[in-house]
Design a protein around this ligand. Structure first.
Ligand code: ADP
Ligand code: AMP
Length: 220
């Protein structure tokens, strides 16, 4: 099953994508995580991402699509994937449809998490990410273990993201409104869009997404 988890930066996509991927037995494909890993490796490609990501701008479509296509062709994604933070432009949405069609697949649903700007700024301010495995925490709403180590992998590398500073979060939100929000109309027109209130607790949002996925599965 191929599902897009959609929403503004900080809406909870990564948190929910991890849980949904585990539930459906397919990988989470998070373009932001892949790019951060590439930056951390110090590669030439990673250096090209720096200029955009540090300033809260979207990375150009052709670079994103190259990464995505390579990832989607790996064997673990043969039965589907949860797309997190992708697509972020209408061109990326069109490219995803074409890529899935070449693989004989099509999206089952696009689940959009609705969360307003104030909550986004607060969520980004408290976000901590494990540099080793990508697990995400929030100092208040989803705190890491009191040992300070990651509860998922045990590493001692919980950090703040450089793009979670408030001015960069606001810039990312502007990018979202200008370039990413139009993707909603693209999916609405194709009957794939399912909107979920993303403002409740992590558990409440997980349940709402679960209900949507169950309904989509039983209609297939
Ligand atoms: P995204 O992938 O959309 O950028 P994340 O999943 O990383 O968002 O979540 C952003 C921050 O908000 C993280 O610190 C995460 O722990 C926290 N968070 C996620 N879902 C919720 C929620 N339902 N309520 C409160 N905080 C949340
Ligand atoms: P995320 O981890 O999803 O919050 O993404 C962090 C940053 O990575 C974004 O602000 C963009 O600079 C870049 N990025 C991640 N995914 C994409 C994408 N699909 N298209 C363009 N840029 C992206």
């Amino acid at each position: 099953m191929d599902v897009v988890l959609f929403g503004p930066p900080g809406a909870g996509k990564g948190t929910q994508a991890r849980l949904l991927a585990a539930r459906l037995g397919v990988p989470q494909i998070a373009t932001g995580d892949m790019m951060r890993a590439e930056r951390a490796s110090g590669s030439e490609l990673g250096r090209r991402f720096d200029a955009y990501m540090g300033r809260g701008l979207l990375v150009p479509d052709e670079l994103v699509l190259e990464l995505l296509e390579e990832r989607l062709r790996r064997p673990d994604a043969r039965a589907g994937a949860i797309f997190d933070g992708f697509p972020r432009t209408v061109a990326q949405a069109e490219a995803l449809d074409a890529l899935l069609a070449r693989l004989g697949r099509r999206l089952a649903a696009v689940v959009s998490l609705d969360v307003g700007l104030d909550a986004i700024v607060e969520r980004a301010a408290g976000r901590r990410v494990c540099e080793a495995c990508g697990q995400t925490y929030h100092v208040r709403y989803n705190p890491p273990p009191s040992t300070g180590r990651c509860g998922a992998c045990g590493a001692d590398r919980l950090v703040r993201r450089d793009d979670d500073a408030e001015p960069v979060v606001r810039r990312r939100y502007e990018e979202y409104v200008a370039k990413t929000e139009p993707v909603l109309a693209y999916y609405e027109a194709r009957g794939l869009l399912r909107r979920v209130d993303g403002t409740g607790s992590v558990d409440v949002v997980t349940r709402s997404i679960g209900e949507v996925i169950d309904a989509v599965r039983s209609a297939r």
